[in-house]
Design a protein around this ligand. Structure first.
Ligand SMILES: Cc1cc2nc3c(=O)[nH]c(=O)nc-3n(C[C@H](O)[C@H](O)[C@H](O)COP(=O)(O)OP(=O)(O)OC[C@H]3O[C@@H](n4cnc5c(N)ncnc54)[C@H](O)[C@@H]3O)c2cc1C
Length: 428
């Protein structure tokens, strides 16, 4: 019976893996190279504002793995449901509601009446699996059969859910799988009171309460493999042995760890895939600038703004406001290094919707190239398996691994799959 488990990488995937295994009675050590746990979900405090480094919303919360952690592990999540009536598209000359509810669908001008009926028809076909896409066809190709307005709208929707500039390149089966799940949810988007740091802290607490150990500032540099089994991992100072190892670190790190073991080739293919990257430009304001919406997506510039502080009051000093802006980057834009142009675009959208923001600006946080997902789900890019046949006691989780959903949901769902596999092989 495996008893000792080492989890490498303390992002959401590593933390949730370690917490669940400790809760089930395993002897767990979690090793993280940074001084703090959380990876891309950490919170950055700046002048009294708490900026989420990355993750800010949960999509389809009633079906999220986080719900399972609430029930199973007692993780406390302060869900703050998004108000669909406050979500708008900016179409350049006018704004119009996002059709996230029946009322929104009735009011929106993003489609005319005839196309709205066609859209509803497509939603029903997706729900009953009559629309499943076609292997080898991207959603852009697949939707050629649709009227232009419906096609455009479905791609705009995918652009915001998959955080991408090139929604037309999403594989069509993945698109319908994703929306079948999202269309059945009653809670399409939720924010988290206390920010994502509260989830990190909650998982760390569960891990420690169940006897788990956390080791930070320890970068694992090599893995030692004997007869198809990992026997130890080595950091700069210490070595760690265990029965099982769960690697929650990206493919490029795995190649480096497994160098000279003969197993590095398992991971090489996944280092060649493109990541999903964005420009982030968040602002902290000394007082609220109230506007009719909390989410606005500028269709042409492909920028979205979210008033995070409307949902999570803990992220601002009294009376303040924190707005997050994200602009998607496609491959060409990353190569051309045009983040400055994106920053200008974002400022224009801020100027348009939050007039006077510059006068009440206290602090801002800009990231010119933030990795939203390690492997972007477009065309033939493949997510990594959570287990390889030839490495018998090693498992893998993270948003680069196979699982349900996108973004952090991939970290949680791949981790859940890994822990299920470990549990099914043990007597715990
Ligand atoms: C700007 C932005 C916006 C986002 N918005 C959303 C959103 O709205 N909704 C959503 O669901 N998701 C969102 N995400 C994505 C979400 O943040 C990530 O999917 C998630 O945090 C990834 O967690 P992870 O554990 O899989 O990976 P990571 O967070 O990358 O964790 C990997 C960890 O491993 C550690 N590590 C690496 N190498 C080693 C080593 N050799 N030894 C020890 N430790 C090591 C790293 O330091 C890190 O802590 C967003 C991300 C960004 C950047």
């Amino acid at each position: 019976m495996p008893e000792q488990i080492i989890v490498i990488g303390g992002g959401l995937a590593g933390l949730s893996t370690a917490a669940r295994l400790a809760h089930k009675g395993f002897d767990v050590k979690l090793i993280e190279k940074a001084p703090k746990l959380g990876g891309r979900a950490v919170t950055i405090p700046l002048k009294g504002f708490n900026f989420n480094f990355g993750a800010h919303a949960i999509y389809g919360r009633d079906q999220s793995v986080l719900r399972k952690y609430e029930k199973e592990l007692g993780l406390k999540v302060d869900w703050k449901d998004f108000s669909p009536e406050k979500a708008f598209y900016d179409l350049g000359t006018y704004t119009t509601p996002v059709p996230a509810t029946l009322e929104g669908l009735y009011k929106t001008k993003i489609m005319d009446a005839k196309n709205k009926i066609r859209f509803v028809y497509e939603v029903v076909r997706t729900l009953v699996s009559l629309e499943r896409g076609k292997d080898g066809q991207t959603i852009g190709e697949y939707l050629q059969k649709e009227p232009k307005q419906v096609r455009d709208f479905l791609l705009t929707l995918a652009s915001s859910n998959f955080f991408t500039n090139e929604p037309e390149k999403i594989p069509s089966p993945l698109f319908f799988q994703y929306y079948k799940r999202l269309f059945t949810t009653h809670k399409p988007v939720a924010y988290i009171g206390g920010g994502w740091q509260s989830i990190i802290d909650g998982l760390e607490q569960i891990l420690k309460q169940n006897g788990g150990e956390v080791i930070t500032k320890e970068k694992i540099q090599t893995a030692e493999v004997v007869d198809g089994k990992v026997v130890a991992v080595h950091g700069k100072e210490q070595s760690f042995q265990a029965d099982l190892f769960v690697f929650c670190i990206p493919p490029s790190e795995l190649v480096s760890l497994f160098k000279e073991t003969g197993y590095e080739s398992l991971f090489e293919q996944y280092t060649r895939y493109r990541a999903n990257q964005v420009v982030v430009y968040d602002i902290g304001l000394s007082r609220r600038i109230d506007i009719p919406y909390t989410y606005i997506y500028h269709k042409e510039k492909r920028v979205f703004l979210t008033d995070i502080s409307y949902y999570d009051h803990t992220c601002v000093p009294e009376g303040g406001q924190l707005i997050q802006a994200i602009s998607y980057l496609n491959e060409e834009e990353i190569e051309q290094n045009i983040a400055d142009e994106k920053i200008k675009n974002i400022e224009e959208v801020y100027d348009k919707h939050f007039p006077g923001w510059r006068d009440v600006l206290v602090t801002k946080r800009i990231s010119k190239k933030a990795t939203v997902q390690e492997i972007k789900c477009v065309e033939d890019q493949q997510l990594m398996p959570v287990k390889f046949y030839s490495l018998r006691n090693a498992y893998f989780a993270g948003d680069w691994c196979q699982g349900e959903g996108q973004l952090s949901e991939l970290s949680f769902s791949s981790s859940y799959d890994v822990t299920n596999q470990i549990l099914s092989q043990s007597f715990h």
